[in-house]
Write a protein that binds this ligand. Sequence first.
Ligand SMILES: Cc1cc2nc3c(=O)[nH]c(=O)nc-3n(C[C@H](O)[C@H](O)[C@H](O)COP(=O)(O)OP(=O)(O)OC[C@H]3O[C@@H](n4cnc5c(N)ncnc54)[C@H](O)[C@@H]3O)c2cc1C
Ligand code: FES
Length: 291
Amino acid sequence: MLCREHYRLTLRVRGWSDAAPGQFVQISRASAMRGDGAIVEPVAGMPLLPRAFSVGGLRVAGDGHEIDVIYRVVGVATGWMQSLAPGEHATVLGPLGTPFPIDPAKSTALLVIGGVGLPPLLYLAQALQHASVRTVALLGAQRSDLVPLSMIAEASPASDAACAVRCAHEFAALDVPMVISTDDGSLGYKGTVVAALQALTRAQPVTADETVVYTCGPERMMRATAAWCHDAGITCWVCMERPMACGLGTCQSCIVTVRSDAYPSGRRYALCCSEGPVFAAEDVLWDERCA
Ligand SMILES: Cc1cc2nc3c(=O)[nH]c(=O)nc-3n(C[C@H](O)[C@H](O)[C@H](O)COP(=O)(O)OP(=O)(O)OC[C@H]3O[C@@H](n4cnc5c(N)ncnc54)[C@H](O)[C@@H]3O)c2cc1C
Ligand code: FES
């Protein structure tokens, strides 16, 4: 358990290729097996469709890989994941989707995270460190008990956003300083993560040439981050979320509206699962309800 509603699940998989940050897996229990290999009948009320989860970390382990999934319990599938005991089996399909691009010309990366948008950006922080990109993480949550990180007691986060500090084990282990914000001020900066981004970059200006922003979280937050990046001329990559049935580009259930010169309307529908979930923020036409 990472905080009141967030949990980490480690999956051991065999025969997997590598997975890059931004990619995801589809997890289901429809064909869950017991430890002895017997198929467990789907339980009444359990969804037949798998659920998508970002790869939050990946390690080689024995003759396979270990994948970290960080999730918030919101419904029946995540409730089942919370109940899994070590050694139980699940069906895992992946890696799926397109990863975050890493541009070697950008020497600074800002990760703007809203709550359970953490997993793909935590994994990305690892890749950015390997690529020697200076990285700062900003994570916003409603309250301190919804921050899905292990805090370092002796380095509590600054109450203003002017200075990023190594305050959470997960990012400190990657040598990534961070700013934490909460809506009610119960931890770190009081305000939204986008307000924290503005305060940090006012105190420590960044240049558009050298900087890239990656964001994942609630759509309203990503839209505000994209608007700030647009005004600052900074490249921004967003990790979109849509309910997904197949995850493979077949069912057409996961559309994201994007700009397109190929159509008279100037827009087209992209599939979040196969063209995304990572999109250039400049291409996304946001749902007006997210203003
Ligand atoms: C590419 C991708 C990566 C994801 N990564 C993660 C992750 O790392 N960790 C994590 O916790 N979740 C992640 N999600 C979200 C997760 O797949 C959904 O929350 C999933 O529906 C949970 O299943 P459930 O059966 O527990 O809840 P459900 O019963 O499916 O849903 C519970 C509630 O959430 C709403 N809901 C479900 N899915 C969505 C959605 N996509 N957008 C808006 N509302 C929705 C439902 O309407 C319902 O009110 C990701 C989704 C995508 C598409
Ligand atoms: S989830 Fe089926 S096409 Fe995207």
